[in-house]
Design a protein around this ligand. Structure first.
Ligand SMILES: Nc1ncnc2c1ncn2[C@@H]1O[C@H](COP(=O)(O)OP(=O)(O)O)[C@@H](O)[C@H]1O
Ligand SMILES: [Mg+2]
Length: 466
């Protein structure tokens, strides 16, 4: 027997083939197909059901070439289920659209734009509605020769200060070859560059800051930009700021002067209910899935599950998309309710995994300490059992350990995230109440996450089990 590995030329899949040596290698594709049944194949990972072998050589070697063919039983256009797909119409947001339209009316009239602040949980349509309405606005205002409207969109994910927002905005406006460096300029200088850019564009300029909550309390730009004209920094540009936030707290934490300026018009997006999600989902599914690709009841199940949990259209779409992918992977011709339930379990699992990765360093230490006990079969465990392990791992990792009470807060966080199970116990008459912790997720998931933690030196016992 021999191993033959070959990176198939016309595809991205690395394939591995184990076969018995052939005494008389076949000379053409047809002969090869005929002889395939006599060969011993192992370790071939099929990702699609319709793959063919091709015999490419005439010598004593055989190449396996994996080819891709379309599997279109479920998805007509799966991109339509992705969250960045922009729907042609907006469903179930009539009131918000009307409020938004009114807030934008001064733009159409050629007046100074109002500043608008949109807020609501993630997945409730803030970005989709904004894109939809601003596209319409641009299209409908083209007819007015005296109106010169530009819209710039900046996603503020990972931008944690007004300074970074200003630089990124300059770079969004400028062509790539004229972008400025993201460090090294004094803040006022960056603001001045930005004002020059805006004046050069001139006319009405709408600046959309999506996910603006990322800048936290460093919110000066939200005050400076809308005031730039009255403060004499701008002559020919009329800027308006549209801030979009997923975080309710962000609005309350804004400094009072920013709140007055930015929140001139506020539009709240509430979570969707089941029927609203079903309507949104049905609209997408009509384009994304083939007729009858989903069993009756699948769309409303996805909508109901998302409505109970978050009211997020993103979650509902993800459920349907993942359920479709499961059906495809299992070679089923229809998406069933069972696929939806499995998809939900998978999504929850990956959410928990993500939650584990995003923990703080002390959260990670508490996680490893509890894993250590779990591997020894010593869970459920009390804080007084987990704490010494935590201290040892902290020492080995060169991290200052927290006091026991503070470390306990991290265990409570892990329980809140659904990573640990926390049960309260009573210590008989004399003792008080205490908590016991054990993993509520399978240890395999914890091991996967722990294996690539940075900055935490793992105990040997844990390392051996990875
Ligand atoms: N009212 C709606 N009509 C159609 N699609 C919607 C609607 N609301 C949300 N969606 C879709 O749901 C997904 C999440 O919406 P998004 O606008 O990104 O949410 P948010 O910005 O509030 O987090 C996107 O794919 C979006 O197209
Ligand atoms: Mg958004």
């Amino acid at each position: 027997m021999f191993w033959l590995t070959h990176e198939a030329p016309a595809c991205e899949l690395r394939t591995l083939l184990l076969l018995e040596p052939m005494e008389n290698p076949p000379h053409c594709v047809e002969c090869f197909r005929a002889s395939v049944s006599n060969l011993l194949f192992h370790s071939i990972h099929w990702t699609h059901s319709t793959q063919w072998f091709y015999h490419l050589g005439v010598h004593n070697s055989v190449y396996l070439m994996t080819t891709f063919t379309r599997d279109t039983e479920i998805f007509r256009d799966e991109d339509m289920l992705r969250e960045d797909y922009q729907p042609e119409s907006i469903t179930a947001r009539e009131e918000e659209l009307e409020e938004y339209r009114k807030a934008l009316q001064p733009v159409v009239n050629g007046a100074q734009p109002r500043n608008i602040f949109l807020y609501g949980k993630t997945g409730v349509g803030k970005t989709a509605v904004s894109r939809f309405l601003l596209d319409r606005l641009q299209r409908d205002t083209e007819q007015y020769d005296d109106l010169d409207l530009s819209v710039y969109w900046l996603n503020c994910t990972n931008l944690s200060s007004s300074y970074q927002v200003a630089i990124n905005l300059v770079n969004t406006i400028r062509p790539p070859e004229e972008e400025i460096s993201t460090t090294g300029y004094p803040q006022q200088r960056v603001f001045n560059i930005l004002y020059d850019e805006l004046d050069a564009i001139s006319g009405t300029i709408l600046l959309v800051f999506d996910e603006i909550d990322q800048i936290g309390t460093d919110d000066e730009i939200l005050y400076e930009l809308p005031r730039a004209r009255s403060n004499g920094y701008l002559e020919s540009a009329k800027p308006g700021v549209i801030g979009i936030s997923n975080d309710f707290g962000f609005r309350d934490d804004l400094s009072p002067k920013v709140k007055d300026t930015l929140c001139e018009e506020e539009i709240h997006f509430s979570p969707y209910n089941g029927p609203e999600l079903e309507a949104i989902l049905q609209e997408r599914a009509d384009g994304a899935l083939f007729d009858n690709a989903a069993e009756p009841g699948v769309i409303s199940l996805c909508a109901a599950l998302a409505a109970q949990d978050s009211g997020s259209a993103r979650q509902a779409l993800n459920l349907l998309y993942n359920a479709g992918e499961l059906a495809r992977a299992r070679d089923d011709s229809q998406i069933t309710e069972a696929h939806v339930h499995d998809a939900r379990d998978e999504l929850e699992q990956s959410q928990i995994e993500h939650g584990m990765r995003e923990l703080t360093q002390h959260g990670h230490l508490a996680l490893v300490a509890t894993l250590h006990l779990a591997l020894d079969g010593d869970t459920p465990a009390r804080v007084r059992e987990i704490y010494p392990r935590y201290r040892t791992i902290a020492d080995q990792s060169d991290i200052d350990p927290l006091v026991r009470r503070r470390m306990h807060d991290h265990l409570a966080d892990l329980a809140m995230l659904g990573i640990l199970d926390r049960r309260s116990r009573n210590e008989g008459r004399s003792g008080g109440q205490y908590y016991e912790y054990e993993f509520s997720v399978d240890l395999e998931t914890v091991r996967t996450v722990v294996a690539d933690l940075e900055g935490v030196v793992l105990p040997d016992r844990v390392l051996r089990q990875l």
